[in-house]
Design a binder for this molecule. Structure first.
Ligand code: TYD
Ligand code: MG
Length: 462
């Protein structure tokens, strides 16, 4: 006979504890443990494994047939890139992002495209009424009768409709709004979300229906409550961007069917999300050449190089308490670069206010942007523009040295494509780079060298 046991599950991180505690030892949140009954497997009398009829069979790896690449490409190339080539039958994809960032918009556009290309799509929304959904569809110019809209929060109902309509794709917006009758816990709780997602996943695999789940993100950045969700789904994508900027990045952080860290770039317009196929060009569009405090960084987003403008403004501040702020890069990284500029390059920044901004609302996490940030600060400090048609990349070390970063050739080629005649790179990377497509790599060993190289010449134009 199965034994049931009392366990305590954390509503915040999903960790299971044997007894109630005020503070979850896993995530440190207070009052998040809730009592749950779990069923243990029936104990065996002898302690030996119970007798089983074997229905599965191990196969030599050499005998397993490779099934053909079953993927449905969608018209949005930027989305294909992030999905790893298209939609996979039975694949379950979680799309996370801040409220209002455009998750529902993106999925409605995807639903429309799949409905027109492949057949019926079921869009189950637990967040909006049919009227609201229709208004969004109107705005996006969606007209296909193959797109079936369902305003429903009950899991059993949603699954019943999937069973009945057998759509080519299901969308559940959002998983936090779904409520499973069989689970005694409030909608949006860890238990509800986990159980609902698991049931949808089973159904997706059984019926081979690709399923997209929307997940809200909490302030801490995790998809609300259940980090457990990230483990059970096949792919996790995040839609990112700044609220007041129109660019949106779709980033894959997990993908069983493709590579992770791929990025798709979109722009939010009046009538929906539009693909940005040439991000470098778009991000540099409004740049004023030869402005002080402005540099161009060559960054990599997944396998794709993207050029972005980095701006810095240095101005006299309160010596007691200089002000520093940044957008698009890590704050601590900026503070570190200011310290290296002060100590290793000799800039007197201790009483200066420093502002850094990555133009376009892009967030850059890789250290290759260090050089562009540091040179932009130096350029503003000396009030001298960097030389014309110069892009740059490289990591800055604490000793003030420049360190190589991954994929220098690709970065150089992208800079060449956009007409940059010179690229400032770490000296170690320079030897590996051939002068290509009319673009010359300029090597620098240290940040101090890089600053004097970048700010030399072409000064009369300022
Ligand atoms: P939405 O898709 O509802 O976000 P989420 O589902 O992630 O919460 O997007 C909401 C925002 O997008 C809202 O501020 C309006 C804006 N928007 C546009 O700018 N253009 C459009 O065509 C649509 C549908 C929305
Ligand atoms: Mg929404």
């Amino acid at each position: 006979m199965a034994r049931s046991q009392r366990r305590f599950v954390c509503e915040s991180c999903g960790a299971v504890q044997p007894r109630w505690m005020g503070k979850c030892p896993e995530c440190g949140e207070w009052n998040t443990l809730v009592e749950t009954i779990v069923q243990d497997a029936p104990p065996t009398v002898s302690g030996r494994a119970p007798e089983t009829v074997l229905s599965s069979r191990p196969q030599p790896v050499t005998d397993i047939a490779l099934s053909g690449d079953q993927r449905y490409p969608v018209p949005m190339e930027e989305l294909n890139r992030v999905l790893g080539g298209g939609i996979v039958p039975g694949g379950v994809v979680l799309i996370g992002g801040d409220p209002g960032i455009g998750k529902s918009t993106l999925l409605l556009q995807l639903a429309d495209q799949v409905a027109r290309a492949y057949g019926p799509v079921l869009y189950a929304s637990g967040e909006e009424s049919l009227h609201q959904l229709k208004m969004r569809a109107e705005r996006l110019g969606i007209r296909t009768p193959n797109l079936l809209m369902l305003a429903e929060t009950r899991l059993e109902q949603i699954m019943g409709h999937v069973e009945q309509t057998r759509p080519r794709m299901t969308i559940v917006d959002s998983i936090q709004a779904v409520y499973a009758d069989g689970v005694k816990s409030t909608a949006g709780s860890v238990t509800q979300v986990r159980e609902s997602a698991a049931a949808l996943l089973r159904q997706a695999k059984e019926l081979d229906v690709p399923t997209f789940l929307v997940g809200h993100v909490t302030k801490t950045g995790a998809i609300a409550g259940p980090r457990v969700l990230e483990h059970i789904v096949d792919a996790v994508l995040y839609l990112e961007g700044e609220r007041f900027h129109s660019f949106r990045l779709l980033r894959s952080v997990k993908n069983r069917y493709g590579s992770t860290n791929e990025v798709g770039v979109f722009e939010m317009r009046e009538n929906g999300l539009v693909e940005v196929t040439n991000p470098s060009q778009v991000f540099l569009e409004e740049r004023i050449g030869q402005a002080t405090g402005s540099t161009v960084a060559v960054t990599m987003e997944g396998t794709r190089p993207i050029l972005v403008e980095v701006q810095a403004l240095v101005s006299q501040g309160n010596p007691e308490r200089p002000y520093r702020t940044c957008n698009g890069i890590d704050y601590n990284r900026m503070v570190l670069l200011i310290a290296v500029l002060t100590k290793r390059v000799g800039l007197r920044l201790s009483s200066q206010d420093v502002f850094v901004n990555v133009v376009g609302g892009l967030r850059i996490n890789e250290p290759a942007v260090d050089l562009a940030v540091a040179v932009a600060i130096a350029s503003s400090f000396y009030n001298r523009p960097v030389m014309a048609d110069l892009a740059m990349f490289g990591e800055v070390g604490l000793a003030g040295e420049l360190r190589s970063v991954g994929q220098p050739e690709r970065r150089l080629r992208e800079a060449a494509k956009l007409g940059f005649g010179r690229v400032l790179v770490p000296r170690a990377a320079q030897s590996a780079l051939l002068r290509g497509d009319g673009t010359e790599p300029l090597g620098a060993r240290s940040l101090a060298d890089a600053v004097s190289l970048a700010l030399a010449g072409d000064q009369d134009e300022s």
